[in-house]
Design a protein around this ligand. Structure first.
Ligand SMILES: [Zn+2]
Length: 345
């Protein structure tokens, strides 16, 4: 295909969250979004075929990490418990990928927090969890979306050394500093310098493209597609500033406006992202559109912004946009990005 809109849809296959689903059990994790939502979704969006008549391909980033081990006994317990469910998804053409969180339990208070200070712990956990993933489902986990979009140079290099081919955690332009407080319960990450297209990162800095002659990572970063609208970027900055109680988020947003929403997001709020995509398609260039969602967003839920219906509407809008510009559409697994050199800059 000459000009193509490539679409990668990842799912952070997390357990159900309390701001989405009522009556969650207190002593264990709940997986209704995954077990009930995914089959519903596969059926609902099957009609949104690409130019070769193929149904949407999903990349299921599965939870294999310390928190899962703490609840079920093994890093890869979820793979073992739902093995046939995942293999069926794989047989339908989807990819089984990895979504490790750095949730760590504070020994004193019993509180879960995002470990973003102890790099040795992070690296060791990734290595052990990956080994257990491979013992359960060998050869999978070639693509990764990190828990809460977090990376540092050590975690990125560790994934590369473990044979991961594509990371798609980046939210270009977004940065949230971690608190000095060890018990960090909000997501922190740094993608401030990251371009809005796939790239080979500099070995010395995962978050930016390697410059000419600079040592390059072999692990590709394929960021989520974001809108660069000043208006929407500033709105997003103001929301973040309120949440983080830091005006710095507004200044940052004005300097580098960036805005995104999950593929399951309210269609009017997804419009700025589609407008950004349209600008690229109008130039008749091939574009990689990367997005993600969570399984509990697929069930009837109490959050106002996310639903399966929205996902269907947004996907239909994507296909219509490509049609408008006479551009072909191809769904990809995240790891297929490495075979599509025309979109990596
Ligand atoms: Zn997650």
């Amino acid at each position: 295909m000459s000009q193509t809109l490539y679409i990668v849809i990842g799912c952070d296959t997390d357990p159900d969250r309390k701001d989405f689903i009522d009556n969650l059990p207190a002593d264990t994790l709940s997986w209704r979004g995954m077990l009930e939502g995914i089959p519903m979704m596969k059926e609902r969006i099957a009609k949104n075929v690409d130019s070769s008549g193929k149904e949407p391909i999903l990349t299921w980033c599965l939870r294999v990490d310390e928190q899962i081990k703490s609840y079920y006994g093994r890093y890869a317990s979820i793979l073992a418990l739902h093995r046939n469910f995942f293999l069926e998804l794989e047989n339908s053409g989807d990819e089984l990928a990895w979504h490790p969180h750095f949730w760590r339990k504070d020994a004193g208070s019993g509180q879960w927090y995002q470990e973003c200070h102890d790099v040795d712990w992070q690296v060791d956990m990734l290595k052990q969890a990956h080994a257990d993933y491979q013992s359960e489902l060998q050869g999978r986990g070639k693509s990764v979306r990190m828990g809460w979009d977090y990376h540092n140079n050590d975690t990125f290099t560790t994934l590369q050394n473990l044979g991961v081919l594509v990371d798609f955690s980046a939210i270009p332009g977004m940065r949230i500093d971690s608190s000095a407080d060890k018990l960090n319960t909000f997501n922190s990450f740094d993608w401030e310098k990251t371009p809005n297209h796939p790239y080979y990162p500099a070995s010395s800095d995962y978050s930016r493209e390697a410059k000419d002659g600079e040592k390059t990572s072999t692990l590709i970063e394929a960021p989520n597609f974001v809108s660069e609208s000043l208006f929407w970027g500033t709105v997003r900055g103001m929301v973040m500033a309120k949440k983080m109680k830091s005006l710095g988020q507004v200044f940052r947003a004005i300097r580098r406006p960036t805005y995104w929403i999950n593929i399951t997001g309210d269609p009017p709020l997804a419009r700025p992202v589609l407008r950004q995509l349209e600008k690229r398609l109008a130039k008749k260039e091939s574009v990689l559109f990367v997005s993600y969602f969570h399984p509990d967003e697929l069930l009837p839920n109490k959050h106002k912004l996310y639903s399966l219906e929205n996902m269907d509407t947004n996907l239909t809008a994507l296909l219509q946009l490509a049609k408008k510009y006479g551009i072909g559409v191809k769904y990809l697994k995240a790891s297929d990005i490495i075979n599509t050199p025309s979109i990596i800059q």
